[in-house]
Design a protein around this ligand. Sequence first.
Ligand code: PHE
Length: 343
Amino acid sequence: MASLQDLIAQLRSDFMSELKEASHSKDFESLKVKYLGKKGPIQALMLELKNCPSQERPHLGKVINDIKEEFVLHCERSLERCKAQELDERLKQEWIDVTLPGRRIRKGALHPITQALNHAIEIFVSMGFSVQLGPDVDTEYNNFGGLNFPPDHPARDMLDTFYLSPELLLRTHTSNVQVHTMRYHKPPIRIIAPGRCFRNEDISARSHVFFHQIEGFYIDRHVTFADLLATMDEFLAKLLGKKVHTRYRPSYFPFVEPGLEVDVRCISCNGDGCRICKHTGWLEVLGAGMVHPNVLRMGHIDPEEYSGFAWGMGIERLTMLLNDIKDIRLFTENDTRFLTQFS
Ligand code: PHE
């Protein structure tokens, strides 16, 4: 069987020259498959053994096995060496300089209006009020009619109100929650209602079509005007500090009688007069009043038995006053240079 010896010698020299060419671990893997795999030449030789005379088989078998082991050893050693090299290279490339300063992670924060709302809610909740939410899109009745607005009241006008249809509108104030609340709850009622409001006004530094209010609504037996004054004083002292001075001025809202506006002594100049209070020494912060008997009647509450008060406070204006913010449009522009100042 000189031809087998020749075959093996040829096989070895082919293998060795391919081994020299190989440089990547993938090359060695495929070399292994090519020479030692099921369809490779070594396996073919093994199959050939069957056709050899039986007395030569042990010797030939050993020769084939030896070359097989030789190939395996070559492949494995090269692979090992190659993988170690490749790992070295990868480690060099992926090296991280742990002494570099880290990237700063910027923390998010609540919007200043959300923060102001939360602060006011916290105070009213501590005074025994619970939070009630109402819809931004509501009926003309819930926003106006049920609140004793006469049919021809100018606030209902298309110029002030965004109508979605003859019957549906974007609420112009959070007072719509009064109507909703009376529909589902019997007195005693003691709620606040924070939320979005919309009015069709020219957008300027001082006014916007979109803003926030907190409504308050309190109905029970024997609720008096003195309760209203005390509640407002207590809230404003908690919000602005114990030394705040309040002033109550008569005003008109169709759903309260009497109606009033509440001012606080200017927090910037303490009453001396400055740019912020337009040199009056006072800042207007909310509207309030005793709930009109008509509103109670429409809410199926007997005004002979029950009385109450309501108030509504604009959040943007108050936040602007407290933080010396000069343009209401900043709240809706999402400029992070502005917003991060409140984080
Ligand atoms: N809804 C009124 C407004 O938007 C505020 C208000 C609420 C006044 C409750 C009196 C009572 O101006």
